[in-house]
Design a protein around this ligand. Structure first.
Ligand code: SF4
Length: 283
């Protein structure tokens, strides 16, 4: 883990920067911080493929335009053969990693996931399996009547390498109750990542902004991530994106939500780099 700055940025300082600093100054500050954390000046990347093994999901997040329900015509679960084909295509262009996520299927249990991860890691030992968001892991535990720790350690034993930060949205239960009322709360998201890190499974921290959150809630989100990183050191990177409203229930319910702007994105990104002084990479 990268050493924190001498003086840590507080939540209030971060809010003030987002609200009042000019963009060029913010960009310069973030760049200086990046150079300080990565003095060799090397930027790395991974060629990976997102594979969504199912689009069936019971969580019904209002911001999501991807999911469907079990009996719907467009519902699918990929067969192992279809997954293999996607991995073959990834390997053909030199890729090395898959980001593997659903839908949170209401019926699949731990054995199905174990078979899947085992199948991939046996057939493609050279491929890194980065997969299963916190809500999937939490639900597999629930459905299979085992602990989160057991889900993680059984999947790790089959070849799971790391887990994505998806599902963090904004780590505020007020926001979650509006945009994803069936999804687990912020403490449960943090707990899945805590358990993963304790088992030596690295993860990423993400954030989806642009719905009903305040700037304070955005910075508090970073604060939860920073505190957990102090405790475990298990986050490899922070990744953020903005809410895409088309075809979502949230847009139908809140049609007046304004679109986010590039300026906002760059401001958040720059201040995230400054605030998350213990997270090595911003993606
Ligand atoms: S859990 Fe994921 S797939 Fe399911 S509705 Fe929410 S964002 Fe969409």
């Amino acid at each position: 883990m990268t050493a924190p700055q001498t003086k840590r940025m507080s939540v209030d300082e971060a809010i003030k920067l987002i609200e009042t600093a000019d963009l060029k100054t913010l960009g310069k500050m973030a760049l200086d911080r990046k150079k300080q954390m990565h003095p060799k000046g090397i930027t790395t990347f991974v060629v990976d493929r997102n594979i969504n093994y199912t689009n069936i999901c019971w969580v019904d997040c209002k911001f999501c335009a991807f999911y469907t329900h079990e009996k719907k015509e467009d519902a699918y679960i990929l067969s192992f053969e279809e997954i293999d084909q996607k991995i073959d295509e990834l390997l053909a262009i030199g890729g090395t990693q898959i980001l593997f996520q659903g839908g949170v299927h209401p019926k699949l249990e731990i054995e199905w996931y174990e078979d899947l991860v085992e199948h991939i890691s046996n057939k493609y030992p050279q491929v890194t399996i980065h997969g299963f968001s916190s809500i999937e892991i939490d639900y597999i535990a629930n459905r299979s009547k085992i602990s989160i720790r057991e889900v993680l350690s059984r999947l790790k034993a089959k070849g799971l390498s790391s887990i994505p930060g998806a599902g963090a949205e904004i780590l505020s239960d007020r926001v979650r109750d509006i945009i994803a009322p069936k999804k687990h709360d912020k403490d449960q998201w943090l707990e899945v990542h805590r358990q993963a890190h304790k088992l030596g499974i690295k993860s990423t921290a993400t954030m989806m902004y642009g719905t009903v959150e305040t700037i304070r809630e955005i910075v508090e989100h970073w604060d939860y991530v920073r505190k957990l990183q102090d405790e475990t050191g298990g986050f490899r990177a922070f990744i953020m994106w903005s809410y895409q409203s088309d075809y979502t229930q949230l847009k139908r319910e809140l049609p007046t939500l304004t679109k986010t702007t590039p300026n906002q994105y760059l401001r958040y990104l720059a201040v995230a780099r400054l605030f998350l002084d213990n997270v090595p990479n911003i993606q």
